[in-house]
Design a protein around this ligand. Structure first.
Ligand SMILES: *Cc1c(COP(=O)(O)O)cnc(C)c1O
Length: 475
């Protein structure tokens, strides 16, 4: 239902007499509506009045002044509330691409605010007193943390891959295993990126097995580089073979070609430290001999949306000189947040405490179950008799393509509709809608005829409780 329709509904229920409609100007002169203009400005109020009036006219409805003024108020409120706003991610997927991926640590938020309010040394070298390079704020830290010679950063990892390919292999062939021609959610597809980077994709090997000779036999005078793309969101199982990074790096060196690895998620610490399964790191890929590694800033790194490229100095210098780098560069807010996040990695012992994404990922099921126990009575009284609420073990995911098979043991509050089988779907949909229309929308997932609210990513418990108490379920 659009907001206009909702206004109309209200009008229809409140109006009794039918008479000819006033003009927009007449309504704008009403004292109540004048007050709104003083508050919101004339153009918006005029638009609201004119839209609501034409809706009345179209439906041959009368205009009741009080109801009409209230409708204008509601219309303006809806129009002016932020479209992009916070939600509770209770889906169980920690780095949820549709829900904004990594939450930022306080240090990063503070750094963004500091540079947002006024001027900054974004491209100004404070030591030399002359023009500087915006990468300078993060490059040393990226090198220190990954062991790379040089680094640069762009808008996201898709941009990083595009830029690396276009710089090093424009008009040439790029050798990629058939098992790695991935599509990442949100329309990042390797063959499409190749085309836009003006490279020619040369598929080698087969879907399930690719050998070193597949690369070496395909390499020739037209080859620009060798590439490995991390199987972020799928696995190939069974009779499989792929070439280890170290072997491919050596072959590339022998052929005199760069070897680029798109790692996707790319954590800057070994996740096994936090009781999580191993996920490849840029450090390991560089040690294995990759010339360049690209990865995202807002996946396992836990920072702002960004695409990071680390590796050999000579190649990074060429990338920085590509005019596309200018088009794909990061803004000062991203750089400020990224710098703050990178510095947290200097102290790995306190990382899980400081970095929200890692804190969420490393929460134990016991800890989450205790939270579920606390929240169970709150949700029971919120839901009333329409749903049976219980606390259940559930399986979550890291998300954003990291470790697609690994699942995180978690705990969820489950809502089972107390209705006939036929009405279960409708009931679950109504429940989800009610949760989505709360002031801070709550997003869960449906599984097995129940709505699950996985509590792994619930930091602001008090805020959730308070909003549930103020807005009882109406569905
Ligand atoms: C996620 C991912 C990308 C795209 O990264 P964005 O930061 O979302 O642009 C590219 N390649 C791989 C392997 C990925 O996992």
């Amino acid at each position: 239902m659009t907001s206009t329709h909702r206004q109309l509904d209200q009008l229809m229920t409140h109006t009794d007499t039918r008479r000819s409609l006033p003009s927009v100007d007449q309504i704008l002169a009403w004292p109540l509506v004048r007050g709104m203009q003083a508050h919101h400005g004339q153009p918006l109020v005029k638009q609201a009045v004119s839209d609501l009036l034409s809706a009345l006219r179209q439906n041959n409805l009368p205009c009741h002044p009080d109801t009409f003024a209230a409708s204008v108020e509601t219309y303006l409120h809806e129009l002016l509330s932020p479209s992009l706003r916070k939600v509770f991610n209770l889906t169980g997927t920690v780095l949820h691409t549709n829900l904004g991926r990594a939450p930022l640590p306080e240090e990063a938020i503070q750094a963004m605010c500091d540079v947002a309010r006024g001027a900054s040394n974004l491209e100004f070298d404070l030591h030399k007193g002359k023009r500087g390079d915006r990468d300078s704020h993060i490059e040393d830290w990226l090198c220190r943390l990954t062991g790379a010679e040089a680094a640069t950063v762009v808008n996201n990892n898709a941009a990083a891959v595009l830029l690396a390919l276009n710089t090093l292999a424009k008009g040439k062939e790029v050798l990629v295993s058939r098992g790695e021609l991935v599509e990442i959610g949100g329309s990042f597809r390797v063959p499409d990126i190749m085309l836009r980077a003006q490279c020619k994709l040369r598929e080698v090997g087969t879907t399930n097995r690719t050998h070193l000779r597949d690369y070496t036999e395909a390499a020739g005078s037209r080859t620009g580089l060798l590439m490995t793309i991390h199987a972020s969101n799928y696995v190939i199982q069974g009779f499989t073979a792929s070439v280890p990074e170290a072997q491919l790096a050596e072959a590339a060196r022998t052929l005199g070609l760069p070897y680029v690895i798109d790692l996707g998620s790319g954590s800057l610490v070994d996740l096994r430290r936090f009781g999580l399964p191993y996920e490849p790191t840029p450090m390991d890929s560089l040690k294995n001999g990759a010339d360049l590694v690209t990865f995202s800033g807002d996946k396992l790194l836990g920072g702002p949306q960004a695409g990071i490229i680390v590796g050999r100095r000579e190649l990074i210098e060429r990338i920085k000189k590509n005019p596309l780098k200018r088009a794909l560069r990061c803004d000062k807010l991203t750089l400020a947040a990224l710098e703050a996040v990178l510095k947290l990695y200097a102290d790995p012992d306190r990382l899980a405490e400081k970095l929200p994404s890692l804190r969420w990922l490393s929460r134990t099921q016991e800890h989450i179950a205790a939270q579920a126990q606390r929240l169970l009575p709150v949700f029971e009284s919120w839901a009333g008799s329409r749903f049976a609420v219980s606390s259940l073990p559930s399986m979550g995911q890291i998300g954003s393509g990291a470790l697609p098979i690994e699942q995180l043991h978690s705990q969820a509050l489950a809502f089972a509709p107390q209705c006939s089988k036929r009405e279960i779907n409708r009931s679950l949909q109504a429940l989800q809608r009610s949760l989505r229309t709360l002031p801070i929308p709550v997003i869960g997932r449906v599984s097995d005829n129940r709505l699950l609210l996985d509590l792994r990513c619930l930091d602001q418990e008090a805020e959730l409780v308070e909003q549930l108490q103020r807005h009882p379920l109406q569905c």
